[in-house]
Structure formats: structure tokens, C-alpha cells
Design a protein around this ligand. Structure first.
Ligand SMILES: [Zn+2]
Length: 696
């Protein structure tokens, strides 16, 4: 007989949470939480009623059993007798209620779940119910939709007070089937896992149908219709790429930011609309957007038809005005008590982490830029702003979009526990917030360099004439270091247009570049009498002209970004020392190395450093060695050409076992935003300890 075990309460809860999280119009990124109450057996072997509730720091779409915290309900419920409790008292208290140690910290919304007398509870920030929650007079509209099954709770900051207010209201109203928290979200419940899920879904559908019907009946154009017409897809990309480094420079004044660009329909419809100038001044559509979007986006004052220079000027003026306004908001609210549930007032810490720059920038006719400490967080800002656009659309049909007051926004943005989380975060890695563009990235040194800096937090633009090779590398980097961390771009360094287009792609992917590793190469050997003109020209095209073209585009880009920058050239021992049978290669390498020193002279005034790494004979994984050179070296060691790498890796004699990783380490030193900041125009030989001046 097969024993079919029923899924545990926790397993069911995980599955339900993931189903809710799979639809971002129900559960926005990181927002909302779910719970279930179950009879469990504790470590002493005694039965206990446990509240399983999603802990802090996870997203419903990707939760696992480990994302949930179990709390003894018999310890939680007595709190309902209290009149007030501060956030930190609540956090300390709940730490004593753990059913199993080592589980995530309970979120500030834990007691919303614990105090409700239902076995299963969902709290979401669904768009459709937020149409009411974020509308002027939304309560009456919601009442029309839900009748007396609705409990409406006026806005109150999440915490003990809100949880208690909801619990008392639900106890006093046995007919209630849902709670709408004004300017915040929805609470639904059920006796079983299935009925809870069904109630959440049907409540949201009912709100959506009600409001969509109202929108259709009003017949008003979305957001009042267009104020500007949109540019073509190609024009949008061109101008966005042109101004991305300018914007990135502006918003990176305190800390470097990674930018994300998009020009999807809803972002453009909103940015182009008649109502956008009014709606963008109102505030966030949900408290938990605030940390990722700030209360307001920057709507840039620019009209399609004006040029990129005019847009850059508007961005400068717009960011300056935004920062001034944000600082006024900080000053106006800094004496505010951040925890009304605390016995004594709590103010913002003097060392609170704040950055006054916009996280969301809307450019009419062009699209939307969002920022974050990495590509993932820039994406989160964008996702949340999509939710805001959806909520604004519905709320406008329900009486007009409203948001938290400045004081309410401030209390959420500078909530002490959120600040505590920021301060407790592990220190950022060396290349965090930096974008590194590498040419010849598919080769041995190129790919080792990408891996080396990606491991320490860099975002990578892997360029190569071999696009498939670059794509393979980017896939590896995204898999190992996080989605969105690397892109692959085809670049022929000898072609002006190809170089320009590659920088454009980098601008659209990350907003900018901080480090350029000029690495694309080739090698050939031939005596002077055997060197063809084509061979000579090819060496000079790639190693001299190619490095010039990439550097010129890089300098233009870095100057537009105005945050300094860093170029690292991969030259060769042959740039310094004469090599027999390699005149074309060695002279072109010498030109390249001298170009680096010339650019170091020019770059200083812009904060751009230019340094050179000279590898000696790196064969492992290298693509640059052509067969004649390889055969000649192989003959020296008496092995077949394809055994050369193995010989080189095994030999421990200095000078003959240099690996691509050794070169990558030297590149990382020069590329570092901390370790070599006061060095430019230098050459670092990686010669295995045999000085480059003494060729073997
Ligand atoms: Zn919430």
C-alpha cells in the first residue's frame, strides 16, 4: 500500500504564496505577506499552535519554506491586550516567540496575521484594490463594490497599532470578508488554504471589474490623452543612449548607480500624457515602493523634436531641481516622530542613509530610466513603477489619485528598522556599482578579466568580434554572479561604426561605463622578409588603430558621464623589448603602449586614468597565437602544438607558467576604484619573474 502523505501546512503556504507572487498585479516585488496557523509538535514533543508567516527580506514569487518564520501563537496573542508597542519592542518581543531558531526576522506586518482569528491570511498590495485605497473618496467607491463585507481602515503606518486596529475591527464585524488599508493594500482570509486563495483572487477580480467598467463608462482617454507624441523606436534608443551617461553621472553624485532603460507602452503612455505633470507630484502608490522609487519620479521637461543636447541640459536642470526639492522634504520632516506607537518620540538618526537623487526618470517621447545599486535593483524600481502607473490609472477613475502625505512618506522612507537593515547590509564589494567594458572578451585574458572583476561585483559589457563567444561568457557570468550582470556585444575594434554601436548598447544596458579594458588582440610571427603587407596592416589595424578607436569613444563617453574613469591596456613584453621574427606585432604593440601613456597625460584633467599591463607569453586559453608561432614554441619543448598549454601550466620555472588569471589580477589592480586610484601612465609587467628586458 502506498502511503500518500498530505502536504504540510507550510508546504501549502509556500505554494499559495508563489501563485500569488507569480502575478505582479497581485503581489509587487518584495511586497505583501501570507500566513497559516497550524498544530505542530514542538522540540519538547508537545503540541503547539504555530503561526507560520513570511519573514522579512523575501519575495512572494520565490519564497521557500526557509522564507517563513514560525511563532508560538500562545505567546503572540496576549499582545492584543496591550494598548501600544513600539516597533523595536515588538521586534524584541517576537524574537522570544520562535518555534524554530534560525528562521528569518518577522516582518513589521507579522501581527496583522497573528491577531486575525482565521487559519489562513493573505496580505497583498494588489493593484485593483489599491485603485480604491489610493483614490480620493475611495472608501465610498469600495463600499459600492463590496458592500458591508468591506472593512476600511484609514491610513496608518504599518506596525503594532495598525495590526491591533484591524484585529478589533474584524472582531466587531462578523460579516467582513476583506479589509482595505487606505493608501496601502488588502487583507483577505479563509478557513482553508484553498478558500483563502479563492477569496484573495475573487476579491481582486471584483475590484478590477468594477473599476474597469467605470473607466469604460467614463470614456476618458488614459491619463487625459497625449501631451507629446512618441519618437520612433530607433530614435528613442539613439537619444536614450546619447543621454544615458549624462544622467548616470548626475545621479551618481553620492554613489555610482546602475541605470536601466525601457520604453514599454505603459511607461511611454504615462510619460507622454496630459496628466503626468500633475500625477508625478502626488507621491508613491504604496508605502513599500518608497524605498525603491522615492515619493516622486523626475519628469523631464523636454519635448521630442528638440535635440540630445537640449535633453542633456534638461536632465541637468531637472536633477538639480529634484535634489533641491528632496532636501526640502528631508528638512521639513526631520523633527517628525517616526514611531507614534513608541512611548517616547523617535527621530531620524543623524547618520541616516539618504540619497536625494531620483530613482525613476521619465522622458516624454523617449521612455523611463530607473536606478539601483545593481541591475537587479534598477529592475525592481522599474517593476514597482509599472505598478504605480497601473494604480494611478485606476485611482484616477475612482475619484482621483492620492498618496501618502510628505510626513507619512518620510516616516516610511526613514523608518528606523529599514535604516537598520541598510546599515547591517554586508559591505559592498570592490567593483560593486561599476561597469567594466572588455574588448576581446571571449579570449583567454579577456574572459579571465571579466570573471575576476564580476566576482567582485562588476557589471560586464563583454565585447568581441566573435559574438557567440562573448554570449557564452555573458551567460556564464549571469548564471554565476546574478541575472542582468553581463551583456554580450559584437564589436570589431577596427571599425568606427561598430565601436560606436557597442558603446551605445552599453549605455542602454547599464547607463554608463567606468572601466574600459582594451584587450582585443592577435599575434603572428614572421621574419621581416616573410611579413606580408596584409599581415603588417592587420597588426597595426587591431593593435594601434583599434585601441585608438575604442579609447576615443571611451573618452567621449566618460567625459559625458563626468565621473572620471579608467582605461587598462593589455600590451606585451614586445612593446618594450625587441622580439625576433615579430616586427609587425612588436611595433604595433609599442604604438599601443605609447598611446596609453599619451592618454594618461590627456585623461588626468578628467579624472581618467590609463595604465598598461604587459603580459609575457600567455598561451593557456589564448586565441591570439597563430599556428606558426605555436609550432615554433612547441618544437622548443619537443611536444605537439596542442600540448603546449599543458607544458606551460606544469612548468614551475619562473617566466614560463603565466596564466590568463595572472594577467586578470594585474588588470583588476589598475581597474580598482580603491587600490590604484593614485596611479596613471604606468606599466605593470606580468612576466613570471623573468624581467621583460631579458627575453628568453
Ligand atoms: Zn503591506
Amino acid at each position: 500500500m502506498t502511503n500518500i502523505s498530505t502536504p504540510t501546512t507550510l508546504a501549502q503556504l509556500v505554494a499559495r504564496s508563489r501563485k500569488l507572487g507569480a502575478d505582479r498585479s497581485i503581489a509587487n516585488w518584495g511586497g505583501g505577506n501570507t500566513s497559516a496557523k497550524a498544530e505542530e509538535v514542538d522540540f519538547r514533543g508537545r503540541p503547539a499552535r504555530i503561526l507560520w508567516v513570511k519573514g522579512s527580506g523575501s519575495d512572494l514569487a520565490t519564497v521557500t519554506e526557509a522564507s517563513f518564520t514560525g511563532l508560538y501563537l500562545e505567546d503572540v496573542l496576549p499582545l492584543l491586550e496591550r494598548e501600544r508597542m513600539s516597533d523595536s519592542e515588538m521586534v524584541d518581543y517576537l524574537a522570544h516567540c520562535f518555534y524554530e531558531p534560525g528562521r528569518p526576522r518577522p516582518s513589521i506586518e507579522t501581527l496583522l496575521h497573528g491577531f486575525l482569528p482565521f487559519p489562513h491570511v493573505d496580505h497583498t498590495h494588489a493593484d485593483a484594490t489599491n485603485y480604491f485605497a489610493c483614490a480620493e473618496g475611495g472608501e465610498a467607491q469600495a463600499r459600492d463594490c463590496f458592500g458591508d463585507e468591506l472593512i476600511w481602515i484609514p491610513y496608518r503606518r504599518p506596525g503594532f497599532g495598525l495590526a491591533r486596529e484591524v484585529a478589533l475591527a474584524v472582531r466587531a464585524n462578523p460579516r467582513a470578508k476583506l479589509v482595505i488599508l487606505a493608501k496601502h493594500g488588502l487583507i483577505t482570509w479563509g478557513e482553508t488554504d484553498e478558500t483563502c486563495y479563492a477569496s484573495t483572487i475573487s476579491t481582486i477580480a471584483q475590484a478590477r471589474d468594477f473599476v474597469e467598467e467605470r473607466i469604460a463608462r467614463a470614456g476618458r482617454a488614459v491619463f487625459g490623452g497625449f501631451r507629446v507624441t512618441t519618437l520612433s523606436a530607433e530614435e528613442r534608443r539613439t537619444i536614450a543612449a546619447q543621454v544615458a551617461p549624462v544622467l548616470r553621472g548626475l545621479v551618481s553624485e553620492e554613489k555610482r548607480q546602475i541605470l536601466r532603460f525601457e520604453d514599454g507602452d505603459d511607461a511611454l503612455t504615462f510619460a507622454n500624457s496630459q496628466d503626468a505633470p500633475r500625477l508625478t507630484k502626488i507621491g508613491a502608490a504604496c508605502p513599500d515602493h518608497l524605498v525603491h522609487t522615492k515619493p516622486w519620479p523626475l519628469l523631464v521637461d523636454w519635448m521630442p523634436g528638440q535635440d540630445g543636447e537640449a535633453l542633456a541640459a534638461s536632465l541637468r536642470a531637472g536633477v538639480t531641481a529634484y535634489v533641491a526639492n528632496y532636501r526640502r522634504y528631508l528638512e521639513a520632516n526631520e523633527r517628525q516622530n517616526l514611531d507614534p506607537d513608541a512611548a517616547a518620540p523617535i527621530y531620524r538618526a543623524s547618520d541616516a542613509i539618504s540619497d536625494p537623487h531620483p530613482r525613476v526618470t521619465l522622458i516624454p517621447g523617449v521612455g523611463m530610466f530607473t536606478t539601483g545599486k545593481d541591475a537587479m535593483m534598477a529592475d525592481v524600481s522599474a517593476q514597482l513603477y509599472h505598478r504605480a502607473i497601473a494604480v494611478m490609472r485606476g485611482a484616477e477613475a475612482c475619484g482621483g489619485f492620492i498618496s501618502l502625505s510628505d510626513a507619512e512618506s518620510y516616516a516610511v522612507e526613514y523608518w528606523p528598522l529599514e535604516q537598520y537593515k541598510l546599515k547591517m547590509a554586508p559591505p559592498e564589494r570592490e567593483f560593486a556599482r561599476h561597469v567594466v567594458l572588455v574588448t576581446g572578451a571571449a579570449g583567454g585574458i579577456g574572459s579571465a578579466t571579466c570573471r575576476r572583476v564580476a566576482q567582485d561585483g562588476a557589471h560586464i559589457v563583454a565585447t568581441d568580434i566573435d559574438l557567440a563567444g562573448a554570449e557564452q561568457l555573458a551567460a556564464y557570468l549571469n548564471q554565476h554572479f546574478g541575472a542582468g550582470r553581463a551583456i554580450a556585444v559584437k564589436m570589431d575594434v577596427t571599425n568606427e561604426e561598430s565601436v560606436r554601436a557597442a558603446f551605445e548598447q552599453a549605455a542602454l544596458a547599464f547607463g554608463g561605463i567606468d572601466v574600459i579594458v582594451n584587450n582585443a588582440g592577435l599575434a603572428s610571427s614572421a621574419s621581416i622578409t616573410e611579413t606580408s603587407l596584409a599581415q603588417w596592416n592587420k597588426n597595426w589595424n587591431v593593435l594601434a588603430t583599434g585601441y585608438f578607436l575604442v579609447s576615443r569613444e571611451g573618452f567621449r563617453f566618460l567625459q559625458a558621464q563626468a565621473r572620471g574613469g579608467n582605461l587598462v591596456f593589455i600590451a606585451s613584453k614586445n612593446a618594450l623589448v625587441a622580439g625576433k621574427n615579430a616586427a609587425a606585432y612588436s611595433t604595433a604593440k609599442a604604438a599601443e603602449a605609447h598611446l596609453a601613456r599619451c592618454l594618461a597625460e590627456e585623461g588626468g584633467q578628467f579624472g581618467i586614468r590609463v595604465n598598461t599591463v604587459n603580459p609575457d607569453a600567455v598561451l593557456a586559453g589564448s586565441r591570439i597565437w597563430d599556428s606558426s608561432w605555436r609550432q615554433e614554441r612547441a618544437a622548443t619543448y619537443g611536444v605537439a602544438p596542442d600540448q603546449l598549454e599543458e607544458v606551460y601550466r606544469k612548468r614551475t620555472t619562473l617566466g614560463v607558467n603565466i596564466l590568463p588569471e595572472d594577467i586578470a589580477e594585474a588588470v583588476a589592480f589598475f581597474a580598482s576604484p580603491t587600490r590604484s586610484v593614485k596611479s596613471t601612465g604606468n606599466i605593470l609587467n606580468v612576466d613570471g619573474g623573468v624581467a621583460a628586458a631579458y627575453p628568453r
